[in-house]
Ligand binder design. Structure first.
Ligand SMILES: Cc1cc2nc3c(=O)[nH]c(=O)nc-3n(C[C@H](O)[C@H](O)[C@H](O)COP(=O)(O)OP(=O)(O)OC[C@H]3O[C@@H](n4cnc5c(N)ncnc54)[C@H](O)[C@@H]3O)c2cc1C
Length: 455
């Protein structure tokens, strides 16, 4: 029987790519790419900054589309199983609403320093908030290129199961964590610390259950216990961290008996190289297995079981897109305020040792004062039509290690979405907005800036 025309299909132009004779490259013929969406605001990446940006833009009246490469919203919060949320207080309307709604649904564990959330509840809440706000979001759609005309970003090219598609917008907000869109658009960026290019290590988070009433005191004490267990039992296990104040962290979650564990560390890898991330993922999963052999020997943790490992490796640091201002450790130390501030940060400088034996990280644990983040850090150098928000904004290796926390990233995203909707309503590009007025409008929506005492 002949197949019916509805069953027999063929993809368009299958023969447009030729392999160079050198076999080091292939040549692609020019192609016409269908436009999947033409929005006011396009947000790329649905992590803490991206979700806040999309909600803020949509509520500001902009027709907003968000594309996300994974199958869930939340970025490191959900795909990465990162808990707790640091530095979320007084960050403004969308941040406050998110925490309120987690709290009122029983998905929140309050704590002065380590407030945590139920990951599954977070995923569902973020989806509900996006639907309520009218954001059109699409999963499994990675943005792979930027569409730039005369220095102005007009949209993004995505490649998915649907093929290669264009997403056009009046303003694009890059919330990919890695600054993928801004980098593809030609923005200069920094990678790693200046002296050797090393970045912070990556961590595969995992969740355990059966924790009972156990509550961790000092990470260094837990480190000593683990070393003692290895010695006593003569195990062939090497801990992937030293006697530090950031690992191993056993972080209690809202669900009774459940904790997130921050302990694995993979070093000297570049988070924007998928081959390196693959090696890191394999190595980190082995570290989880090793740690699960040790944890039940800690008094109070006799009944722990592995619940799950994160779907995504936790990448702390990659591109820092150069913008019209570059935040530095000096700004943090003096608690700098800015006329065009969009949010603020109170979190300290948390640099996980970039490699064993690579020396004490410069700036880790430095005494800083609460500081503000200027709008100019969100405006990539030399480009129009684009904002960046989240961990990829313009700053030094040390400053990044402070403002990268999720409460602050949400604050940046919220401001970027607000500014984008405002720019669209004025038919302006984001860099034309008056910074002091932006600050004033954000303050009216509950962003608790740090007062007028500029140092
Ligand atoms: C192991 C680890 C532990 C941490 N612990 C804490 C903590 O305890 N508390 C805290 O507050 N912060 C913590 N942080 C920091 C924090 O998680 C991140 O800095 C923060 O999530 C950054 O937010 P973001 O929105 O910029 O990026 P992300 O959270 O990384 O979100 C980026 C989103 O964009 C998507 N994306 C990326 N590229 C593309 C693309 N090309 N196209 C489409 N989508 C794309 C990703 O899938 C993801 O959903 C930790 C980070 C790590 C790695």
């Amino acid at each position: 029987m002949n197949p019916s025309p509805n069953v027999l299909r063929r993809e368009e132009s299958p023969h447009r790519i030729r392999v160079d004779s050198s076999r080091t490259h292939v040549a692609e013929a020019p192609r016409r790419t269908p436009v999947a969406a033409d929005a006011d605001v396009l947000v790329v990446g649905g992590g803490p900054s991206g979700v806040a940006a999309a909600l803020s833009a949509a509520r500001g009246g902009a027709r907003t589309v968000l594309i996300e490469r994974h199958g869930l919203l939340g970025g490191m919060w959900t795909a990465g199983l990162v808990n707790p949320i640091f530095d979320f207080r007084k960050k403004g309307w969308i941040v406050a609403e998110l925490i309120d709604r987690l709290e009122s649904s029983g998905a929140w564990r309050p704590h002065p320093r380590r407030a945590t959330f139920n990951v599954e509840a977070m995923v569902r809440l973020l989806e509900a908030m996006m639907i309520e706000a009218g954001v059109s979001f699409q999963y499994h759609v990675p943005g792979v290129d930027a569409i730039v005309e005369s220095g102005v970003v007009r949209g993004v090219i995505a490649e998915s199961k649907a093929g290669r598609e264009a997403f056009l917008a009046k303003v694009v907000i890059d919330c990919t964590g890695d600054g993928d869109v801004a980098a593809r658009a030609g923005a200069p960026y920094e990678l790693g610390r200046p002296q050797d290019g090393l970045m912070q290590p990556m961590t595969l988070m995992f969740e355990i259950e059966g924790v009972g009433d156990y509550e961790q005191q000092k990470t260094a004490d837990t480190y000593d216990q683990l070393i003692e267990i290895i010695r006593r039992q003569q195990l062939d296990i090497e801990l992937p961290f030293g006697r530090v104040n950031y690992a191993p962290a056993i972080i209690l979650m809202p669900q009774p008996g459940r904790a997130a564990v921050q302990a694995t560390h993979v070093y000297r890898l570049n988070g924007i190289d998928p081959r390196a991330v693959t090696r890191g993922m394999v190595e980190a999963r082995k570290q989880v297995a090793d740690l699960m052999r040790l944890l039940p020997h800690i008094p109070g943790l006799e009944n722990v079981r592995l619940s799950r490992t994160a779907a995504a490796l936790g990448v702390r640091e990659t591109r820092r897109i150069c913008g019209r201002y570059r935040l530095t450790l000096e700004d943090l130390k003096v608690g700098r305020r800015f006329d065009d501030a969009v949010t603020f940060c109170t979190f300290g400088v948390d640099i996980h040792e970039p490699a064993p034996g690579a020396g004490v990280p410069t700036g880790h644990g430095a005494r800083i004062r609460p500081y503000e983040i200027p709008y100019r850090c969100l405006l990539p150098t030399g480009l129009g039509g684009i904002l960046v928000a989240g961990r990829c904004i313009s700053g030094s290796h040390e400053a990044h290690a402070s403002y990268r926390v999720t409460g602050t990233c949400m604050g940046m995203g919220q401001a970027a979405g607000f500014a984008a909707a405002w720019a669209v309503s004025e038919n302006a590009t984001p860099s034309e907005l008056p910074g002091p007025e932006l600050r004033q409008r954000l303050a009216e929506r509950g962003v608790g800036f740090l007062g007028e005492n500029r140092p």
